[in-house]
Design a protein around this ligand. Structure first.
Ligand SMILES: C[S@@+](CC[C@H](N)C(=O)[O-])C[C@H]1O[C@@H](n2cnc3c(N)ncnc32)[C@H](O)[C@@H]1O
Length: 331
């Protein structure tokens, strides 16, 4: 039996679509159901050669000047909307330091010049790879997976969310794949994995590095801490010989997922069909409120009425305008 936190709900919405507890079967900070009647919105440089890989040149102690840090912040914000605060300066220096060493560049100033050079657009990809935080793990925030089983899948099966012939899900900041593969395992447990047309997960991220990893679908023992032995056996192939110690997601499961690079702020998102459920977890924390608001509105347009958006436990939509009714995701 799910608990109802009417009070909490009231405090997290304001204005015309403040929800009456009676309309709410679940209310939540972290999991949102797109209201079926969503007419009303809740108020809610000097260029240096960079082909070679050189280990020398970069001074590990080199600091980023105010000007260079401001430039990097601006470019990262413009490209990704990731809002790097001043407190991230050391982190940025450490992460970019590796890239500078790779390029044989000795200063952040020279690196900024490289970024300014129009012909080095590809370097932006490396910058984003270096800057983005990709921490994730299998079955992270386990109650979301319980909720998928107890509420989202039954709602889909009852035909309450859009087209019920085939389920479409989107993991929109999928990182190295643990999130969408965990979703895939949950779906396979319920509906099987031998019928590729019955469900599909679009997996996207802005970082090409993590996408390469995710599409290989190869994990180590350390990655599989949260995966029980039965699930390992059923959905992973165990590496032998040279591949000992690695585990690869079985092809029958992999067939249900596609990976592609997608910046959530691209002018037009590529989807022609809507989704039943979008997983947008642990990425909004990097964006400012205005950006979060724009993103949530944008995602809602890609959901069927009655569809679900899941956001991370550390994220909240309190105080921003959105068209969702909020449900508690029981712990
Ligand atoms: C901390 S990971 C979250 C992974 C997973 N969703 C989870 O909750 O475990 C955040 C991911 O968001 C991606 N990201 C950051 N800005 C993005 C943007 N503008 N568009 C798409 N992905 C972005 C990063 O590359 C990173 O892989």
């Amino acid at each position: 039996m799910t608990r109802i936190y009417g009070k909490y709900l009231a405090s997290s919405l304001s204005g015309s679509t403040r929800l009456r507890p009676s309309r709410v079967r679940y209310c939540a900070t972290h999991l949102m159901k797109l209201a079926k009647s969503s007419q009303s919105r809740a108020t809610s440089a000097q260029t240096e050669s960079h082909g070679a890989i050189l280990e020398t040149g970069y001074d590990r102690k080199a600091a980023i000047s105010d000007r260079d840090y401001a430039f990097i912040r601006e470019i990262v914000y413009r490209e990704t909307r990731i809002n790097l605060g001043n407190n991230k300066r050391e982190l940025v220096a450490a992460r970019l330091g590796k890239r500078l060493r790779m390029l044989g560049i000795s200063s952040f100033n020279a690196y900024c010049s490289l970024l300014k050079d129009r012909s080095s657009g590809e370097e932006l990809y490396h910058l984003i790879d270096a800057i983005s935080t990709n921490h994730t793990f299998f079955f992270r925030e386990a109650n979301h997976f319980n909720f998928l089983n107890s509420s989202i899948l039954p709602a889909f099966e009852r035909g309450e969310i859009g087209d019920s012939r085939s389920m479409r899900l989107w993991s929109c900041a999928c990182s190295t794949g643990e999130e969408p593969y965990s979703v895939a395992i949950s779906l396979a447990e319920r509906v099987g994995m031998n019928s590729p047309a019955s469900w599909h997960i679009e997996c996207t991220d802005i970082s090409t590095r993590v996408l390469r990893f995710a599409s290989k679908a190869v994990y180590t023992e350390a990655h599989l801490q949260q995966v029980n032995p039965k699930t390992r056996k059923r959905y992973f192939q165990t590496g032998r010989g040279a591949n000992a110690g690695s585990f690869r997601i079985r092809p029958e499961l992999r067939n249900h997922l596609s990976f592609s690079r997608l910046n959530l702020f691209e002018s037009a998102l590529p989807w022609k069909e809507k989704f039943h459920c979008i997983w947008c977890r642990n990425v909004m924390i990097y964006f400012d409120r205005k950006t979060q608001e724009g993103l949530v509105g944008r995602l809602s347009e890609h959901l069927y009425p009655g569809g679900f958006l899941l956001i991370g436990h550390a994220e909240s939509l309190a105080g921003i305008s959105h068209p969702f009714r909020i449900r508690e995701c029981p712990k």
